[in-house]
Design a binder for this molecule. Structure first.
Ligand code: SF4
Length: 201
């Protein structure tokens, strides 16, 4: 992977870009930037593994559907996360040409990454980086989505066989929408935080 090419592509599309050797450095960076804010988290195994909810909750009001307060449902917390000052999520794939891909079942993650915040951070390990937009779509569909289905123990052919997408019609299907970020959205800052580790799916 050529980080310099990825950086150049993302900067050219209006994103900020930062890169860290490990998760601890990335969490410290985010911890230092995000203070006294409302923060929404999009479902992300990467953010879960980094402990971002716990770290940021000390000095921010964080809404994470993966950490619902007692008495609040996933949907209630997910809706609150959409109107926060800051939003953090990850990506299913990141093309060196500067496009970001996410597949979503409920839609809160892709919705939160599009509108309504001061700034959106996309936090991703180097395992998400591929050469082209076509490769990124393939990765999102055939690697990220099946691995997420396996993680969630869903009854889908990709979770049972673990090798690729079968374009299923299962009631458990998690692939209902796919978002391609072609460039930074208008009127909102967006930053890609790349970490030189294998994180998420
Ligand atoms: S469409 Fe179905 S088989 Fe394909 S990745 Fe999504 S859940 Fe798995």
């Amino acid at each position: 992977m050529e980080i310099s090419k990825l950086r150049e592509s993302l900067l050219g599309k209006g994103y900020a870009f930062s890169c860290f050797d490990n998760s601890e450095q990335a969490v410290a960076y985010l911890f230092g930037l995000i203070h006294n804010k409302t923060v929404g988290l999009g479902d992300s195994a990467t953010l879960l593994s980094m402990g971002v909810f716990q770290k940021l909750s000390g000095h921010n009001k964080v809404f994470d559907p993966q950490h619902c307060p007692a008495g609040e449902s996933f949907m209630e917390v997910a809706k609150k996360s959409l109107s926060t000052e800051i939003y953090l999520t990850s990506v299913n794939a990141l093309a060196q040409t500067g496009e970001l891909i996410n597949i979503d079942g409920t839609g809160n993650r892709v919705a939160g990454s599009l509108f309504g915040h001061e700034k959106v951070y996309f936090v991703a390990g180097v395992n998400k980086v591929v050469a082209t937009l076509e490769d990124a779509i393939w990765r999102a569909r055939n690697i990220a989505a099946p691995k997420n289905a396996m993680r969630l123990k869903l009854n889908t052919p990709c979770a049972v066989r673990g090798d690729r997408c079968y374009e299923c019609s299962s009631p458990d299907r998690i692939c209902n929408g796919m978002l391609i970020h072609l460039r930074k959205m208008d009127d909102m800052d967006m930053e890609v935080v790349l970490i030189n580790e294998q994180l998420g799916y």
